[in-house]
Design a protein around this ligand. Structure first.
Ligand SMILES: Cc1cc2nc3c(=O)[nH]c(=O)nc-3n(C[C@H](O)[C@H](O)[C@H](O)COP(=O)(O)OP(=O)(O)OC[C@H]3O[C@@H](n4cnc5c(N)ncnc54)[C@H](O)[C@@H]3O)c2cc1C
Length: 600
């Protein structure tokens, strides 16, 4: 049977060492996050994830969801009761605004809980996963009436939110959207069209489901400039706030898919459903981007979460399973064979997984901090800097985080040998579940294009310059610290590769846009390596300081330094190879006509 132990100790370390929560206690949103409250959220939240949600992960995968002839959907056994406990425990409200019934805790704290939930049960987490993005979009662009009608019940989990972009002929290219929104005489709109692949589009967990839907008004301009955003509830909301008449939106079918079987991925049919405009007509994509940015950070977290649970199980298995002998002679001569743990190649996979999960955790929680600071930092300059950094790094968190999450899951499955391929051990589910995160919410290649094509150049390159300055300054300081100087050297080299790669893009991407397109994925990976490297520098610095001060669990802090060294030796050097791949440019990649690919 698979296991899951929420990594509370590591999350706590990151919140102290990298996020440095206590530095911000004077800011709005942070004052509620006293060390006691944060500890309670991590401990109790971890317990909830491990004891209530995790036991439903394998059964939910085996059972899947059922759509009934009337369009209703039944979720796997136990999901409904677990969702009730989730709501009763106040878990949906952690990071939500106080004025709408939320607890107003920092995003970094809610992110830590989100990781636990997603490791425990990716499918279950997704029923509520898009709701905070829906709340953010409504908060930023909704009228006061819409806010009052929808946000409180989305915040407390009584209702859940969905995101409706994709149509059968239109995925990445949202300019192709066909769903129509025709104005009604009362100010509402009649929404007609088909959306596909809608996560949690229909289910039996919540009293109402609030769909945020992209559609076109009759005279809208062609392409992405003619898209508007609407809120379309499953049940129309009565004047007293209760759910009333059934709206004309139904689930036409649910997909049979590779993973996340416990989450209903729905075809949603809108047949003149009543919806209300969020923000202005034809400005819907910008409004939806508020939700999408939130979702992209959440999907990056899913990558980490799947990597973490796969890692934990592989560690246990490598201790229990005995095969062969250590290359240096029997480690346990009294036994018939040594544990898998003695083999360097097994260690390679486990150490990569350890270094990446811990590094990505730091990145996710630090990302949460930037979201908070972009709203609440004391000065306009600090808010701007946090906004620049999170905007630059959102595609990296999504793209690199989910690529590595999947890679970790596959490597940890490999640790099991053939048993990793057998369902009862659970590892093949983690691989299947992790795979979707690389695809949805903007496929990772599209994230890379966003990074290279939009984010680098934004505001004259202000964000990437800030990023380079930050890395450069922290490396310079760390070089004076004997315990972490060699790590700082390695990060300096990887950062040098990133700088050279950025220069190459500036020189070659403009002259031939295919060069930028061909290089963007590699660039995103280099940036991921350096960004996680920066997180490791901070963790190593904190661990070294604790060792010097004789503070805390010394062996655990020493292990952090060893893991940082592994990251420097085994992962950071990839930056150089990736840069050389970029420099190959697009010529050979784009030279052959499609028919030559098919001529075998
Ligand atoms: C399980 C699941 C859940 C989902 N949940 C939701 C949801 O809740 N709401 C929702 O709206 N959608 C959802 N989706 C849809 C998902 O976001 C899309 O599948 C995804 O964005 C890609 O769109 P597509 O499948 O149409 O692929 P396409 O757009 O056809 O792309 C195919 C491939 O071509 C590449 N590509 C396309 N255009 C470009 C370009 N300009 N430059 C470079 N490469 C390009 C892509 O990267 C991809 O690899 C979900 C999908 C799945 C499978």
């Amino acid at each position: 049977m698979p296991i899951y132990n929420p990594p509370v100790k590591d999350a706590r370390f990151v919140l102290d060492a990298v996020v440095e929560l206590d530095r911000y206690s004077n800011l709005a949103g942070f004052s509620a996050a006293s060390p006691d409250v944060v500890s309670a959220v991590l401990e109790e939240g971890g317990k909830f994830a491990a004891e209530v949600v995790f036991p439903l992960n394998q059964t939910g995968d085996a059972q899947g969801c059922i759509r009934h002839p009337d369009g209703s959907v039944t979720t796997p056994d136990g999901f409904k009761d677990a969702y009730r406990q989730f709501v009763e425990g106040g878990w949906p409200t952690l990071h939500a605004p106080v004025e709408y019934g939320g607890q107003g805790l920092p995003s970094a704290v809610a992110t830590a809980f989100g990781e636990f939930m997603c490791s425990a049960n990716h499918s279950f987490e997704m029923y509520h996963g898009l709701t905070s993005g829906a709340v953010n979009a409504l908060l930023a662009k909704g009228s006061e009436e819409l806010k009052a009608a929808y946000i409180p019940k989305l915040v407390d989990g009584t209702w859940t939110g969905t995101m409706n972009l994709t149509e059968p002929h239109c995925g990445t290219d949202l300019g192709l959207i066909k769903t129509k929104a025709v104005p009604n005489s009362d100010g509402s709109y009649a929404i007609t069209g088909t959306k596909i692949f809608i996560s949690a589009g229909e289910h039996d967990l919540a009293e109402n489901i609030i769909h945020l839907v992209l559609a076109r008004t009759p005279d809208a301009p062609e392409g992405s400039k003619g898209i508007s955003l609407f809120v379309v509830p499953k049940f129309l909301v009565n004047a007293d706030g209760t759910p009333g008449e059934r709206n004309a939106v139904t689930c036409g079918s649910i997909e049979h898919k590779m993973g996340i079987h416990g989450n209903a991925t729905c075809v949603m049919n809108y047949d003149g459903a009543t919806g209300w405009l969020i923000g202005e007509e034809n400005k819907g994509l910008a409004a939806m981007f508020i939700m999408m940015n939130d979702a992209r950070l959440g999907v990056g977290l899913q990558g980490l979460a799947q990597g973490e649970i796969a890692y934990q199980n592989a560690v246990r298995y490598a201790q229990d399973r005995r095969q062969g002998r250590a290359l240096t002679g029997p480690a346990e001569p009294g036994a018939a064979a040594d544990p898998l743990f003695v083999h360097p190649d097994v260690r390679r996979m486990l150490m990569d997984a350890k270094a990446l999960t811990e590094g990505l955790r730091a990145l996710m929680l630090w990302g949460g901090l930037q979201v908070d600071l972009s709203h609440h930092a004391a000065s306009e300059e600090d808010r701007q800097q946090a906004d620049d950094l999170i905007s630059l790094l959102t595609p990296v968190i999504k793209g690199y985080g989910t690529d590595k999450g999947f890679e970790i899951a596959v490597n940890c499955q490999q640790v099991y040998g053939g048993h990793g391929y057998i369902r009862e051990w659970g590892m093949e589910q983690y691989v299947r579940d992790a795979r979707i995160a690389m695809i949805y919410e903007g496929a990772n290649g599209v994230q890379a294009m966003d990074l290279v094509g939009r984010k680098l150049a934004q505001n004259g390159g202000r964000a990437i310059q800030l990023f380079f300055k930050t890395v450069g300054e922290e490396v310079a300081v760390a070089k004076g610290n004997a315990r972490i100087a060699s790590f700082a050297d390695a990060l300096e080299k990887a950062n040098g590769q990133l700088q050279a790669a950025t220069m190459w893009l500036m020189q070659n991407g403009m002259t031939n846009p295919n060069n930028a397109g061909a290089a963007s994925y590699h660039y995103m990976q280099i940036m991921g390596i350096v960004t996680v490297g920066l997180m490791w520098l901070r963790m190593a610095k904190a661990a070294a300081a604790k060792i010097d001060a004789g503070d805390g669990d010394r062996a655990w802090m020493e292990a952090k330094l060893v893991t940082a060294r592994h990251y420097a030796e085994q992962i950071m050097p990839d930056a150089g190879a990736l840069r050389r791949k970029m420099e190959g440019g697009a010529e050979a990649m784009m030279a052959l006509p499609p028919e030559m690919f098919a001529d075998r």
